[in-house]
Structures are given as C-alpha cells and as structure tokens.
Design a protein. Sequence first.
Length: 255
Amino acid sequence: YHSRFGEVEPLSAPIRLKGLTKMYSSTLDVQRLPEDLQEVLRAFGVERRVVERYVVRDADLEIAPREIAVVVGASGAGKTTLLRMMVGGALKLEDPGYVPSSGKVEVPENARLAYLFPGEHEPSFGDETLLEHVKRKCGDVALAVEILNTVGLSDAVFYRARFQELSTGQKERAKLASLLAEKPNLLVIDEFTAHLDALTGRRVARKLGEVAKRAGITLIVATNRPEIIDALSPTKMIYVGYGALHAAAPQLPSC
C-alpha cells in the first residue's frame, strides 16, 4: 500500500524556548466583596493581596524537526499554556494567553501550523459532509478518504455524515481529520482523546504517530493517558510542573 499523504517539507530548524517564563498575576481586594465576606477575610489578616503563579519559569527547551513530543503534567500544571505559547510563537500572536511573560519562543519561518485546543480553537465544518470538508482542504478525494480512515472514520456512512450528526467521540476524530487535511509540518494538539475509549484512542494515536513519522510532521501532543503515549511512540517527553520543564527520552518498557 502506498500512502497518498506523502511527505511534507519538514521544519527547517528546531523549535526553541529560551528563558521562557509565563506568570499569571491576580489581585485580591476585599473592598470589592460583600461586607460580611470582608469581615471574615479581615479576621484572617487579608486586606489586599497580589497572587502570582508561575506556570513556567526561566525554562529552556528544544524540539527538533520531525520530533514527536508528548507533554505531560498534572491537571492545571500548564500543559495547555505551554502549547499556547508554541502556537503564539508560530503565528506571531499578540494575545496575552499566547505570549510569554518573558523569554523567547523561536519557531522556524517555514512552519505550516495546524492546531487544536478543544473548546477554544477547533475546525469549522459548516454544513459540509465530512468527505466534502476534508476533500476541500486537501484537494484530493482519494487522500480525503485515506485521512478519514486514518482517524477511524472508515465507513461510508461517515463520509456522508455532517459534523453535527456525529457522536462526541466521532467529532473528536473528525477534527483530527480536518487538521491532517491541511498537510501541516507542525501539528499541536491538546488532549485529543478525552472523549475516546481506550481501544479507539490507542488506534487513532498509533495512526496519527505513523502519519507524522512517515510525512515528517513535528507533532506535539498534551496527554496524560499512558496508553495514548505508548501508541504515539514519542521521541521526546516533556514534563510540566511547579514552574519547571523537564525533557527526556521516553522510557522503553522493560523486557
């Protein structure tokens, strides 16, 4: 079998994070609260307080072209924030959520980015059928069928279905198909298996990893599910927590 997906032009240089810091600051001012709450807080000595939380602090990281990197960390540790800053660097965004507090995110100029943040940034399908949507984006009906098969939507019923007719798990796979149809060389995805069962999640992750390796896509995925990490066969693990980043080669299973 010869895939029609082919190879993309890989990133011309690594993605580099240099001295990266992302800090969120909030001010607790009891004057804005109801009087009874003000009295309680004052009893604990709280009048006005600035709360600073470092998601990442003075971190350095490099992700090579063609790398498959998985970002892991506890809920709220900053996985999504890290992905946002990479996306912000690729698209040169000025939105505060996508810009570091200090430091640099260097992304090669030839980056063709596709990214998914569920509930925040997702493909728009309109009233097209899945096959129409994917074919419009990739320009090749046979490739569109291959992409839909890759994400586990291999029945002709799905080809004719519209996005709003799909189940929650099928919608997640359709979003992946839409991203792949753009033939990116940089693919950033946050928690794409949240609504997939373990077996389906493994199958989709394995196929996604295979496509990325074969095509030369730099793939960066945030997930904490061990079976998904294993199926992706990553070349790099990135651990996020307590303001720090730590990158390491994946641990091979012991024999």
